[in-house]
Design a protein around this ligand. Structure first.
Ligand SMILES: NC(=O)c1ccc[n+]([C@@H]2O[C@H](COP(=O)([O-])OP(=O)(O)OC[C@H]3O[C@@H](n4cnc5c(N)ncnc54)[C@H](O)[C@@H]3O)[C@@H](O)[C@H]2O)c1
Length: 425
């Protein structure tokens, strides 16, 4: 996709439309382009009107995490399951919030600026495209789409409506520790990266037993192929996205094996998957996901010829191979001790005897803070023209990586290439 056009001008135009204090839009608009700070000041009390579709578990987390935001308010909520609608209404903090069960009707509201889509995966694309068509900015939960056809249609719509912000919820892209690792990889501090191990492990069935029978399938959507690709599109997609973010490329093939090992309850999606992606530059990425053991949680380990990075939750550990400390003999441009980590080895420390350092980023470990950070970023893109941390092409690439592994896992572990997956579009 071409670079997003600078949404700054457009968001300001949207702002102008909204602001009741604007008397002569054209005159003020011209001034605004010349003096954006003044425009912000004039509209300081104007808030984005935001609607949410599907305030279930994740959607309510988003409402909670952003309840103190001054730049936006939830004006509309659309939810088909009454108890979830009621909970979201109570959380929204806006007595005038409009509630809906038909999302297309909600999208018809002219004063709605932006939509957050937190429904099951199979609905992300139809809802996102309709929202863009209706002139709304869109934040969609991950993944982008259920299949290649959906992802291609989504990319085309995002490109067509490049004056609107479209963002998919890979919140770790805004994570400081990952940004630092990425920088260290780029400047050669880890040497040649050869392998990545990433995993998502939990001990929970994913089955919701406390729902009325007529709602069972729709609320237990994670278990069925009709609605999502199970562990791969739901959670391991975060892990492969982190690898793609850090390394900057994408996988060319995937060989994954999947099984229903524990929860033989009629589900279709596997409760255990394991396999390998091969990245464009040959780096091997081992990915695993379980619903039957939580000891390792989620995280990744990156191996390079000169060092190792381990990211688990909010903790980042960096280790350097002994020989990497004699960098001049290894052709590394800078000395390890010159890497501006702050928390890393100090000049005074003997690199041969100092153990690996553990670096903790508390802010990144907090789920609510990470959620608030990504939604604030979405609003910032709309209001201030900040470039989205991921464009639609990157969002589609991450979906392709998950779909490659998904098709392989559903095909007895046979290798699936990127071309094969793309051909399904
Ligand atoms: N980024 C993250 O960290 C993160 C975490 C959890 C979930 N998610 C994503 O969020 C999305 C939702 O997950 P969840 O756990 O909240 O699921 P959920 O089942 O708790 O919530 C989905 C909600 O969508 C509603 N819904 C379904 N069809 C609808 C329709 N046609 N119109 C209106 N509402 C409809 C359901 O009734 C339900 O309340 C998924 O895409 C998931 O992958 C992301």
């Amino acid at each position: 996709m071409k670079e997003k056009e600078n949404p700054e001008k457009l968001s300001r135009r949207d702002f102008l439309k909204k602001s009741s204090s604007v008397v002569a839009a054209s005159a003020v608009g011209a001034a605004a382009m010349a003096a954006p700070a003044i425009l912000r000041a004039q509209n300081i009390n104007s808030k984005l009107n935001v609607g949410m579709i599907g305030p279930g578990s994740r959607g309510c987390s988003i409402i909670r995490a952003t309840k103190d935001f001054q730049e936006a308010r939830f004006t509309d909520l659309c939810e088909t399951y009454p108890p979830n609608l009621e909970e979201a209404r109570n959380l929204a903090g806006n007595p005038a919030v409009r509630t809906w069960t038909d999302w297309e009707k909600m999208l018809g509201q002219k004063d709605l600026d932006a939509v957050i889509i937190a429904t099951p995966l199979y609905l992300h694309v139809p809802m996102s495209i309709a929202a863009l068509e209706a002139g709304k900015h869109v934040f969609s939960e991950k993944s982008m789409g259920l299949n290649m056809k959906q992802c291609n249609a989504m990319l085309a719509a995002a490109q067509k409506h490049s004056d609107k912000v479209y963002l998919v919820g890979y919140q770790s892209r805004l994570n400081d520790s990952l940004k630092m690792v990425k920088k260290l990889v780029q400047d050669g501090s880890f040497g040649k990266i050869t392998q990545f191990y990433c995993h998502f492990d939990r001990n929970q069935s994913w089955r919701r037993n406390d729902v009325p029978p007529e709602w069972d399938r729709l609320l237990n959507w994670r278990l069925y192929t009709e609605y999502c690709g199970g562990l791969l599109t739901e959670v391991v997609t975060h892990e492969i996205d982190q690898v793609m973010d850090i390394l900057g490329g994408m996988p060319v093939n995937a060989s994954f094996y999947g099984k229903i090992m524990v929860y033989k309850d009629g589900r279709e999606n596997h409760d255990s998957i394991m396999g390998t992606w091969e990245m464009e530059d040959g780096v091997l990425v081992v990915g695993t996901g379980h619903l039957s053991n939580s000891s390792r949680g989620s995280g990744w380990t990156m191996l390079g010829t000169h060092g190792t990075g381990e990211g688990y939750g909010g903790t980042l550990k960096l280790y350097w191979e002994k020989q990497a400390r004699h960098l001049d003999t290894l052709g590394i441009k800078h000395k390890f001790t010159q890497v501006q980590l702050g928390q890393s080895l100090k000049e005074s420390e003997n690199p041969n005897t100092t153990p690996a350092k553990e670096i903790t980023f508390e802010v990144d470990a907090d789920y609510d803070k990470a959620t608030a950070r990504e939604i604030r970023h979405f609003y910032d893109c709309i209001l201030n023209g900040t470039k989205p941390v991921m464009d639609a092409v990157s969002c589609r690439n991450t979906s392709i990586a998950a779909l490659m592994a998904y098709h392989s896992s559903m095909d007895g572990g046979r290798q699936w290439t990127r071309q094969q997956v793309e051909a399904l579009g």
